[in-house]
Write a protein of this length. Structure first.
Lengths: 317, 281, 417
């Protein structure tokens, strides 16, 4: 850092006055600096997202059935929202979404944390193990979904075969045909695919915790679990909070994996809100109702994020 | 005292190994199975008797995949989309994350939530209006347009994750530099970003993977072979009247190859950063 | 003299103009019109067939340049919807029968009635081929090929048990019961209860007399007959146990694999999957084909068509050249040779390669009595997002046939409201 050591204010020369680096340096000392830093990203996001979001929201207050032009596209107020309250499929989907998201997140976080803690011990060979453990995340959803469908297949599935050989199963099981196992199987696939997200994030966060803290705790005689509770988790608070919120949003909004594995079946036992909105829009062409479903998902997510940020105190130092 | 500590360390080392090896097997098992499947003839996959080791080996699936899917074009498109996305995120997101991490200002919490909010509206419903916007600005069916669309929902991910890493970077070094007369921007580029470079790398890797694997936007916003990405090409093999397991598995194997290469490079840089001891607070 | 000369010269000039104007469209084409073609072909054989047709077309019509663009089948409607709404539609789109009503209502299709009426190949096609692409006397497309519903059965197992292929639902159920043998891991029938299974539920309901669309144009579902049908069809799993327990999640892939791996004795699908089965089982020895059995009230075998339609009005003339080219026997037979898909043109279907093959006979017969699937705006959505889950709920014993049918009727009323 020696070369950065200059006396301030340095002597001004004619060149200095127009030196762009210097000018930016000066701007960076003004009180609007942080807003300037935020400007490019904020502009970009607004340019791409604002109009589509508003458009989607206004659809929810209109009659918008693309295959029924005879009905027009008039404003219908809260009609779609009223219908939703009385729609049993909405409530089933809401319940399934809650199960799907909480179980998947809990599983992913737990495995991710354990893996990160183990990797952070820097044991010989852990670099190779790290790469192996992170591999599932590199697979596209399309591939992960289809390959698990093959492995869990009631006729061709290797997992069934292994379980039968181990004596844990009497015969091949159709995991996705039984409502009592369909959701659980889908959650396992999702957790397998996405837990490395937590591992990598937590691992990177762990590297940033000063070792001195642990040394001090050792001297105080704190055991490993106490250290985890008192040092590690609090230090990782913001990283974990960000990871959880981002994953929740991803899980609530993307129907990819369930679309491949179950399409919401059997019956409606794996029907989640994102899938329902997708089907309403692109199978029933009822964009008004799909818009209303989306708005409700949006509000639920906002509520969750707001509460979570409050409770986890991400924004306090 | 010292002896019990080393004994408990040994115990935890063993536990760690058991956990890591168990997880590695669970992670790699399905991928190995995918690989084995990709070497099988269709008749050895769709069969009553389970073959753990392919009874006969064929590379036909890879050859067919190469000939049918236009793999090179698809992968180049994916690479372009991914790099542009990461680049835009780096340029605009790094400074935003820094601002959120280092400054207290009015509306900070609200703004941060605002960045998240844009990710919350279901993509399914945003697609048609986004389609209209892209068409009006002439970015429909182009790799750049797709990258811009990705940026809109990956940038929040980038900013939030990176903010966490900036938060974790000790503030003392930065304060020291500031006392020495460095400007804020100087401190940002010369002190904070180097300290948080592991986090920066990890964040870039996530954004890159997300962009590489994204399906729905890619499907909807591109049509021609010239701008279509790899996951869409992969999904196209799953026809209405066929599901070619061998080819699909081959596609899966090929699709992780570039990512593994990228990760190998990044991993080395990450390790180098760690051993340099930059993080010691 | 002068006046006569004048008149003659005027006539001459007029004739010249007429000839020139007749040439005009051709002249415009000479600059080569580019059109793009959206389709859902995926397999190698389908692409080989498409390539062949495009090659023949390029030789015959150098003035129209066709670019093909394949769209994943499950996301096809989403993609077309977005294209129509945003005004970036393709020139020509392949439309299967069940998608016609929704696309027409969306305003995606252009009227081709006059062009088809004036077409010299029109007489090669039976009128019924156009039934699923017509509304209110207007025709919107030309069939490219046909999928004929039929049944595949394990000939070796049937012979072994001394059974003949069933011709009625009752015989079908008997055969399924007789061929089910848990000890051998054999089931009588591979039911499609997962993705795509809605079509069979609707067919069986119609087989029991619960027709959806009535002569007077009204749409409704006869509750009692529908319940009887759902009870019988789901009963194959929940009462008779002649269907693999995986049925509630078995889509096309699974029923095919169940048949190909020797788990099931019978399979209902259409001609499109013949070659796939023939790859893994010996045609004529291990498996054979038969017409779909008749229901107690109606005989329901569907004829599904892939139509080519003009989706962009501006390029309709160039598009028409490509659309009608699929009706040329040369193109249809070239496509058949690569894919095994049945031509829609009656003339092409009389080709020796088809009529001479006994395995194709049930399909040729079905062409005589087969009927198109019901079609009205909202039908596809209702059948997929209401009928199928409701039926699955019966399969997993979460609902009774009565509850499921009530759910279907409610959904139907909402869809057509």
């Amino acid at each position: 850092m020696a070369e950065a050591r200059i006396t301030y204010p340095p002597p001004r020369t004619a060149w200095d006055r127009y030196n762009p680096i210097r000018l930016i340096g000066e701007v960076s000392e003004t009180r609007y600096w942080m807003y300037l830093l935020l400007l490019p990203s904020a502009l970009l996001i607004c340019a791409v997202v604002i109009y589509p979001t508003l458009y989607g929201m206004q659809m929810s207050f209109r009659e918008m059935r693309l295959n029924r032009p005879d009905l027009g596209t008039d404003w219908v107020g809260l009609k779609h929202y009223a219908r939703m309250l009385a729609d049993p499929i909405f409530w089933v989907s809401l319940r399934n979404t809650a199960v799907w998201v909480t179980s998947a997140i809990a599983l992913e976080f737990l495995i991710g944390l354990v893996a990160a803690l183990a990797l952070n011990r820097n044991l010989p060979g852990s670099k190779v193990l790290a790469v192996l453990i992170l591999l599932p995340y590199f697979l596209p959803n399309v591939v992960a979904g289809h390959m698990w469908a093959l492995m869990l297949d009631p006729r061709l599935g290797v997992i069934n075969d292994v379980l039968v050989h181990l004596g844990w199963l009497a015969g091949y099981k159709a995991w996705f045909a039984d409502p009592s196992t369909a959701m659980a199987a889908a959650i396992v696939v999702e957790a397998w695919h996405s837990f490395p997200f937590f591992t990598l994030l937590i691992l990177a966060g762990l590297k940033g915790i000063p070792i001195d803290l642990y040394k001090a705790a050792d001297i105080d005689g704190a055991g490993p679990f106490a250290q985890l509770r008192l040092i590690t988790l609090p230090m990782l608070r913001t990283v974990i909070a960000a990871a959880v919120i981002l994953r929740v949003i991803g899980l609530v909004n993307s129907p990819d994996l369930l679309l491949i594995l179950t399409s919401g079946g059997p019956g409606r036992s794996t029907q989640v809100l994102s899938l329902y909105a997708f089907q309403t829009a692109y199978k029933d062409f009822n964009f008004g109702y799909a818009g209303a479903l989306s708005v409700v998902m949006f509000i639920l997510l906002m509520g969750f994020a707001w509460a979570y940020v409050r409770l986890s105190k991400v924004n306090e130092d | 005292m010292a002896q019990t500590r080393s004994r408990s360390r040994l115990l935890w080392d063993i536990v760690s190994y058991v956990v890591l090896i168990g997880l590695a097997i669970a992670c790699i098992g399905p991928i190995v199975w995918t690989f084995l499947t990709s070497l099988k003839y269709e008749a050895d996959i769709v069969t009553k008797t389970m073959h753990y080791i392919p009874p006969r080996i064929t590379f036909d699936n890879y050859v067919k995949l190469w000939n049918q899917s236009g793999y090179p074009v698809l992968v180049i498109n994916s690479l372009i989309v991914t790099s542009v996305t990461v680049l835009i995120c780096l340029l605009t997101g790094t400074i935003a994350a820094y601002a959120f991490s280092r400054f207290q200002f009015r509306g900070r919490t609200q703004l941060m939530l605002g960045y998240l909010v844009v990710r919350m509206f279901p993509a399914v419903l945003m697609i048609i209006p986004l389609f209209i916007v892209m068409r009006q600005v002439g970015l429909l069916d182009s790799t750049f347009g797709l990258a811009v669309a990705y940026t809109s929902f990956l940038l929040p991910l980038f900013v939030w994750m990176l903010k966490g890493f900036f938060d974790a970077a000790p503030k003392e070094l930065e304060s020291a530099a500031r006392i020495d007369g460095t400007t804020r921007i100087g401190a940002m580029f010369m002190v904070v970003i180097p300290i948080a470079r592991n986090g920066l790398l990890a964040t870039c890797v996530f954004v890159a993977i997300a962009a590489w694997n994204e399906f729905l936007f890619a499907l909807m916003l591109t049509t021609s072979q010239g701008s279509r990405t790899w996951p869409v090409g992969l999904q196209l093999m799953v026809g209405e009247f066929q599901l070619p397991w061998g080819m699909l598995a081959a596609g899966g194997m090929i699709s992780i190859l570039p990512v593994i290469v990228l990760f190998a490079i990044v991993q080395r840089a990450m390790v180098a950063g760690l051993t340099a001891g930059a993080v010691k607070g | 003299m002068t006046s006569r000369f004048d008149r003659r010269s005027v006539l001459k000039m007029g004739g010249g103009l007429l000839a020139a104007s007749a040439l005009l469209p051709r002249a415009a084409f000479a600059q080569s019109t580019a059109i793009n073609y959206w389709h859902t072909f995926t397999s190698q054989s389908e692409f080989a067939g498409l390539d062949e047709v495009m090659k023949l077309f390029a030789a015959a019509h150098p003035e129209v340049a066709v670019t093909q663009e394949n769209i994943p089948n499950p996301e096809f409607m989403a993609k077309v919807t977005a294209a129509v709404v945003s005004g970036s539609r393709p020139d020509v789109t392949m439309v299967s029968s069940e998608r016609f009503a929704d696309l027409l209502a969306m305003g995606a299709l252009n009227d081709l009635t006059d062009k088809i009426a004036a077409w010299d190949r029109r007489s090669d096609f039976d009128d019924v081929r156009f039934a699923s692409i017509s509304k209110d006397g207007k025709v919107y497309g030309v069939p490219a090929f046909t999928f004929v519903d039929w049944m595949y059965y394990r000939k070796d197992w049937f012979d072994e048990a001394g059974l003949a292929p069933p011709t009625t639902y009752a015989e079908f159920r008997d055969a399924a019961i007789k061929l089910t043998d848990p000890a051998k891991g054999r089931f009588g029938f591979g039911m499609r209860g997962g993705a795509g299974g809605q079509a069979y539920v609707i067919n069986v309901m119609e087989g029991f007399g619960a027709k959806l669309m009535h002569e007077d144009g009204s749409i409704s579902l006869d509750r009692d007959k529908a319940i009887e049908a759902v009870d019988w069809w789901s009963g194959l799993l929940v009462k008779d146990g002649v269907v693999p327990p995986s049925a509630p999640n078995d889509g096309f892939r699974q029923i095919m694999e169940a048949f190909q791996t020797g788990q099931t004795a019978m399979l209902w699908h259409h001609t499109g999957s013949f070659q796939d089965n023939a790859k893994l089982l010996k045609a004529g020895v291990e498996f054979a084909t038969a017409a779909i059995p008749a229901g107690p009230v109606n005989r329901v075998s569907r004829l599904g068509y892939a139509y080519n339609t003009a989706t962009k009005p501006e390029t309709i003339d160039a598009s028409w050249e490509w659309i009608k080219f699929w009706g040329e026997p040369d193109a249809a037979v070239a496509f058949l040779e690569k894919t095994g898909y049945f031509p829609a043109s009656t003339k092409a279907a009389q080709d020796e390669r088809i009529s001479g093959n006994p395995l194709y006979k049930p399909a040729a017969d079905t062409l005589g009595f087969g009927i198109p699937s019901p079609s009205f705006p909202g039908f596809a959505g209702w059948s997929e997002s209401v009928v199928l889950p409701a039926f699955q709920r019966v399969l997993i014993k979460e609902a009774t046939p009565e509850q499921a049918v009530d759910e279907m009727i409610d959904g139907l009323n909402q869809a057509i409201a």
